[in-house]
Design a protein around this ligand. Structure first.
Ligand SMILES: C[S@@+](CC[C@H](N)C(=O)[O-])C[C@H]1O[C@@H](n2cnc3c(N)ncnc32)[C@H](O)[C@@H]1O
Length: 294
């Protein structure tokens, strides 16, 4: 067993027995933090786990975690970011929102009093106190429905930005990471449906993010790290293939094959530039500016 295998084995064993096959499936080929989003690759970097930690630290820095008391993670997955914030950046209190019961159970089972997790849609969430920073990584992709016309998509995104602005203390930031279509107004092709990459949601384009946040946030930094995601997908694919027999045992051949195709196609789409990977840091605008301009 090599070092990477040992870590994966350790994570698989760390999953409480009552956790479902779904978590075990993802634990097979994600890195040991179970982060399911684009990593941050430096030149020469070849370790997925290290690249995921760098990505978590990037978002922590964008929301000035070192000075923060409370940080919200919208779409927290299996809790890698909230864990990193409390364990490495010294944030006293974090809240994670997820729509997946198995993820919520998993994060709750960590038993860390500094981490609060809610099985909740952000649209229904109502915090009691403001946050010093909000991070959302890999969830914005799912906020507009397939078939929604542009005004409906903008309205959904704007509701999200309005909520985030309302939950942030003055002057604080939202660090957003999302996959997007590179070409404006592109409609999903049969190829997209073939892999069921986003079976119920419609990906944003950059102009929609800018329009929906206009007057609520100012965009402080914007990066398109699509090659980081091509590399992340290739790393996942390598790991998936190395453990394919175990994946088939968990989910069956048909789903394993479909997944393999999905990982291949997404790696290619990011490499070719059909898909973008945006990391956007947005600073909350004050009310006067919203009234004056909005
Ligand atoms: C691709 S995963 C990314 C998870 C995590 N941020 C990471 O990087 O590993 C997407 C996450 O967003 C959550 N999510 C999607 N839509 C959501 C919504 N409307 N409200 C709250 N969470 C949502 C999912 O349940 C899942 O936890």
């Amino acid at each position: 067993m090599n070092h990477t295998d040992e870590r994966a084995h350790h994570v698989a064993n760390a999953i409480p027995r009552d956790h479902d096959a779904e978590t075990a499936f993802y634990a097979l080929w994600l890195d040991p933090t179970l982060t399911y989003s684009c990593a941050w690759w430096d030149d020469g970097e070849d370790d997925l786990h290290a690249a995921q930690l760098k990505k978590l630290d990037y978002h922590a820095e964008q929301v000035r975690a070192a000075e923060a008391r409370r940080i919200l993670d919208i779409g927290c997955g299996w809790g890698s970011l909230v864990r990193r914030l409390v364990e490495h950046h010294g944030v006293p209190h974090t809240v994670g929102l997820t729509r997946s019961p198995s993820q919520a159970d998993y994060v709750a089972s960590l038993g860390d009093a500094r981490i609060e997790v809610h099985l909740a849609d952000w649209a229904d969430y109502a915090p009691e106190e403001p946050f010093d920073g909000i991070v959302s990584v890999g969830a914005f992709e799912l906020f507009a429905r397939l078939g929604d016309p542009r005004p409906a998509r903008i309205a959904s995104y704007r509701r999200f930005f309005e909520k985030c602005r309302g939950w942030l203390a003055p002057g604080k930031t939202l660090s957003l990471q999302t996959i997007a279509y590179t070409r404006g107004q592109r409609e999903p092709t049969p190829g997209d449906r073939f892999v069921d990459a986003f079976p119920v949601s419609r990906l944003p384009v950059l102009a929609e993010i800018a329009e929906a946040s206009d007057g609520l946030f100012e965009i402080e930094t914007l990066r398109n790290d699509r090659l980081h995601h091509a590399r992340t997908f290739r790393a996942w694919l390598d790991r998936f293939r190395a453990r394919r027999a175990r994946a088939v045992a968990l989910v069956g051949e048909a789903r394993a094959l479909r997944f393999e195709h999905y990982l291949e196609l997404l790696a290619q789409s990011f490499q070719l530039g059909t898909l973008a990977l945006y990391r956007v840091t947005l600073r909350r605008l004050e009310q006067s500016r919203v009234r004056a301009e909005g």
